[in-house]
Ligand binder design. Structure first.
Ligand code: ZN
Ligand code: ZN
Length: 273
């Protein structure tokens, strides 16, 4: 015996033989009789407002659906079923295979009847025996309030129909949240810029601002406020637990001669402090 352990090719062959052997013993699960429908993915776009408050969307899309004529069976139910000739009604076929270890009997699922042992007397004309046809599905999807960009909503059983009543695939709806011209989203918080006159931060001010969705909120700017700091309005983010963060932008005033004199006076006054 000349055994070369470095040669993986030999082990690969052994693996094949053992696999066949175990299959023959019935130790490996057989594949499902009929093919499950494939999963589908659809994209849906919502505005930032819709993402904040939630939205119900109606989606209509093309996919294969259960055949109407045969109710997905693939054959005419009134004509019934007969014994599969190919496997003699056993649903499986025994094949013998010669290997290095000897002769093994391999049992494979019958392709004609997919392991059921019976075949239809008359296939459905509309779907040619598949039990499904190209068609349209429509579904209503609830997009919950506070949904994140890129979030996926799974709708079970709304993908492609399965072959001959096999399980349907699932539908995955990917939500894309559009960006907004005035509000920037970071996690569940929202950010906005607000232009204010310089007197607001010197003297302090209460301002009513429009929040996302058109509602109003009160912003309190404290006297002597440092505009490099952010102001937070709790409860006005994407959820009621999140915040709206306001960044102040100082408007530089255009001065007439009277205003200019006053500012110069103010400058002197502050300079003497
Ligand atoms: Zn068969
Ligand atoms: Zn049909």
């Amino acid at each position: 015996w000349d055994v070369n352990f470095g040669d993986m090719g030999n082990f690969g062959d052994l693996g094949d033989i053992f696999e066949t052997f175990f299959e023959g013993m019935g130790m490996k699960p057989r594949r499902k009789a009929y093919e499950r429908g494939t999963d589908l993915e659809l994209g849906v776009e919502v505005t930032l407002e819709e993402a904040k408050f939630g939205k119900t969307v109606n989606l209509e899309y093309g996919t294969r659906v259960a055949c109407e004529a045969c109710k997905g069976l693939g054959y005419r139910a009134d004509a019934g079923l007969k014994r599969c000739e190919h496997c003699g009604g056993r649903g499986e076929i025994r094949e013998s295979r010669n290997t290095f270890f000897g002769n093994f009997v391999q049992v494979v699922t019958c392709n004609e009847c997919r392991g059921t042992g019976e075949v239809p007397v008359a296939l459905c004309h509309d779907c040619k025996g598949e039990g499904r046809n190209s068609g349209k599905r429509s579904v209503q999807v609830e997009i919950r309030s506070g949904v994140a960009d890129g979030q996926i909503i799974k709708v079970k059983g709304m993908g492609e129909a399965g072959e001959r009543k096999a399980e349907a695939g699932d539908l995955y709806v990917r939500v894309h949240v559009k960006s907004h011209p005035s509000f920037e989203r970071r996690g569940d918080d929202l950010y906005m810029d607000l232009e204010v006159p310089v007197t607001d931060i010197i003297l302090g001010k209460k301002r009513t601002i429009i929040v996302l969705g058109g509602g109003k909120a009160e912003l309190v700017i404290p006297a002597g406020f440092d505009p490099s700091q952010e102001l937070k309005i709790h409860g006005e983010g994407m959820t009621k637990h999140a915040s709206l963060i306001v960044r102040l932008k100082i408007k530089t005033p255009r001065l007439n001669s009277k205003a200019k004199k006053l500012v110069e006076e103010l400058e002197k006054l502050l300079g003497e402090e």
